[in-house]
Design a protein around this ligand. Sequence first.
Ligand code: FAD
Length: 433
Amino acid sequence: MSGISRRNFIQITGGAAAVSTLGVSNILLAGKSAGHVVIVGGGIGGATAARYIKRADPAVQVTIVEPNKDYYTCFMSNEVLSGHRTLDSIKFGYKNLESMGVKIVQDYASNIDAGKKHVVTKKSGNIAYDRCIVSPGVDFKWEMIEGLDAKVAAEKIPHAWKAGPQTALMRKQLEAMKDGGTVIIAPPPNPFRCPPGPYERACQVADYLKNHKPKSKVLILDAKDKFSKQGLFMQGWKKHYGYGTDNSLIEWVKGAEGGIIEGVDAKTNTVTGSVDEYKGDVVNIIPAQKAGKIAFTAGLVNDKGWCPVNQQTFESTKHKDVYVIGDSSVASPLPKSGYSANSEAKVCAAAVVASLQGKDPAIPTLVNTCYSVLAPGDGISVAMVYNFDGKKIQKVKGSGGLTPMDSSPAMRAREEQYAHSWFRNITADVFGG
Ligand SMILES: Cc1cc2nc3c(=O)[nH]c(=O)nc-3n(C[C@H](O)[C@H](O)[C@H](O)COP(=O)(O)OP(=O)(O)OC[C@H]3O[C@@H](n4cnc5c(N)ncnc54)[C@H](O)[C@@H]3O)c2cc1C
């Protein structure tokens, strides 16, 4: 970490967490509130918000509208691709939330009527709310890649950027691929969910190929010229996968050198780049992203396709009493990550409870850490603490940073252990357990 030791960093983030928790309990203990909070989306942001509202004030009625019975975490889904874990190990249900008194409506929200204050659902009618929290994740800009749409992605060219059936499909394709095949991974332009994710995916797929199909390779066709934790990733690619040699298991083509892709032919697995055509045996195009569909229907987006919010509370600047958290919200400089969504959800839960109690919101502190596993026994991370300066979320100078380039193998092994323990902790924090 730059300019600060990990021990100091943990002290700072621990301190920050204590401040946030204190903020929440001050609000909670101050009085009984009632009211109904309807949450659209039971993913990382939505489920965390539900638990923390209930913890803050059990008298608040909380309903989650979520179409899926189970949620598959995107984090650690790259390890499903490499075969280091099963799809079942990233699957979570809503039983613990229900036992806290959260009502789960298994349905799809088709609109939010901010005037009448109700959520419109596909099958369950309108659900009235006092406050609505929206955490629908991302949607894809299919129109940017000719030949790609939701159906093609579900059946043939999985993006696997929402974990679940597409993760299973891509794993099956990798297993079926011949030795000597090419796996094309095409990361999207900024901004997108989990900036280091595509490059961790390249590592995990290369790890599988190294052990099972060593004549094969991963070809990264990137929409960008640089990416998150690039120095550390490239160092890891060299160490584990021969990057830069003739036998490299990973090749990276940057946007300026033909990495930008314009189309795909799903019948032949041919990808059309801005300069060349590439044939893949497995093709993984991660499309450009925007806020989840409901954010558009409900009029919560700006002209860039993301949801502007008051960064103190996450209340939408478009509609009163509607809050947007997670990937869909404009929370920069926080990245679009699960850790961010979890942190934003806690701030939002506290702000919603305060508002139901007629109180002022607290001044928030937020945290993010993103781990990436480069190979078994080798992890890296990027971390940061954030505060609110009265107008906007800001990075806290000197907090966090990157795993140092010259860190010892023992530290890198610890980083991998932290990654896995973070996964256990955050999923317990989000879904209970
Ligand atoms: C490969 C990969 C690896 C990742 N690794 C990490 C990592 O290591 N660390 C990290 O912090 N983050 C990681 N992430 C990012 C993380 O998964 C997301 O940032 C996080 O899930 C965002 O939470 P969210 O609540 O915004 O969206 P989601 O968790 O996607 O939840 C959205 C939910 O809303 C539901 N929904 C959508 N529309 C509607 C509707 N109209 N009605 C009802 N429900 C609806 C969906 O079904 C879904 O359950 C990774 C992502 C990927 C793809």
